[in-house]
Design a protein around this ligand. Structure first.
Ligand code: SAM
Length: 330
């Protein structure tokens, strides 16, 4: 079992399979584009499987595939099938922007993946184009309905709160939860130093909820993330909030594997364990495991503690965040 020094049990791996993406979301990628990881530096499928197997032997039970955009990596379905076969992995799910999802949905359902999280920050075609720098919203909307129709167990829509989110969008997202088991989650833009403008939007989301109808808090945990969930009475889906609160880090049960082969303990931490190097240098598995167990003990107490950059001011942290969000996923 993997336990950190704050007694948190680590059983969840976010596995980023690529830094490539077919969208260019304004808040996720710098306007000048990103420097792509050299292909030789990316983990091969064999290396991903070996790393996942090592981690599963150490206590990882749940894996979420992310990116970049995971569905742009060639052979992704075969990779997921292989991961699914690793002993002890009880739950595999994927986070995608949905653009290529229709193409792979049938196969993902057959594997089966337990959950698909689809990122969609507005319901307006033009605003979607603006946020994603060119994406076509209809592909995503179709993919969401098809995921429900085909019978994916958990379908979540991740809405990052941007300045473009308005009341019309909010009502539209609420509408999605009424007659279909879709879980819409409003996500505060991540900043290690705490929230600012999006807390006003969260108030606004609640005030729109009050206008729409009666709702109640959902006690059952829907998923393994730190979200608070509500449901309109009689609705089949739910509405969640992932807020930027460092106190929620006490529930954190995850580590990350980057596409360039390092293990990260927190999105905001720049400490990395280079498992790729150890595997390429043929280190013995027992030594790698011992080093990982030691490394995990250094998981910071919370996201604020994670920031060990020389300059902790907000601008530089946010720049840093943009630099790696697109590579290792939210
Ligand atoms: N391409 C996939 C997708 O779009 O879902 C997976 C990777 S993407 C980086 C994962 C999630 O991170 C998306 O939902 C995206 O909106 C979110 N994200 C990116 N930057 C963020 C930020 N600064 N704060 C909060 N969420 C962010």
């Amino acid at each position: 079992m993997l336990i950190d020094s704050f007694n948190r049990k680590i059983d969840y791996l976010r596995l980023s399979v690529t830094d490539r993406c077919n969208l260019r979301c304004t808040y996720c990628m710098p306007s000048g584009g990103i420097k792509l990881i050299d292909r030789k530096e990316m983990l091969s499928f064999e290396e991903i499987l070996k790393a996942a197997a090592i981690l599963s032997e150490m206590g990882i039970r749940k894996i979420r595939i992310t990116g970049g955009e995971p569905l742009v990596r060639d052979g992704i379905i075969d990779l997921i099938k292989q991961i699914k076969k690793i002993e002890n992995i009880t739950d595999i799910s994927i986070t995608t922007n949905g653009i290529l999802l229709n193409k792979y949905l049938d196969e993902l359902h057959k594997i089966p993946v337990q959950g698909i999280n689809i990122s969609l920050d507005t319901l307006d075609r033009q605003k979607y184009k603006e946020i994603t720098r060119g994406g076509e919203i209809n592909q995503v909307l179709n993919a969401i309905s098809n995921s429900i129709n085909i019978g994916i167990k958990s379908v979540k829509v991740n809405v990052v709160i941007t300045d473009l989110l308005d009341e019309k969008d909010i009502k539209g997202f609420f509408g999605m939860t009424l007659d279909k088991p879709i879980h819409v989650r409003f996500i505060e833009m991540m900043q290690p130093t705490g929230s600012d403008s999006s807390s006003e939007t969260i108030e606004c989301i609640f005030s729109v909820m009050k206008k729409i109808g009666e709702y109640h808090a959902v006690d059952d945990k829907i998923g393994s993330g730190p979200a608070l969930y509500y449901q309109f009475n009689q609705a089949r889906g739910s509405i969640g909030f992932i807020i930027n609160d460092k106190n929620l880090c006490s529930y954190c049960n995850r580590i990350r594997l980057t596409p360039y082969g390092t293990i990260k303990l927190c999105l905001f931490s720049d400490k990395e364990y280079d498992i790729k190097k150890k595997m390429r240098d043929n280190y013995c598995t027992a030594d790698i495991k011992a080093e990982i167990a030691e490394f995990v003990k250094a998981k910071p107490e919370n996201r604020e503690e994670s920031c060990s950059y020389d300059n902790k001011d907000k601008a530089s942290i946010n720049f840093k965040l943009k630099d790696f969000m697109n590579r290792i996923g939210g």
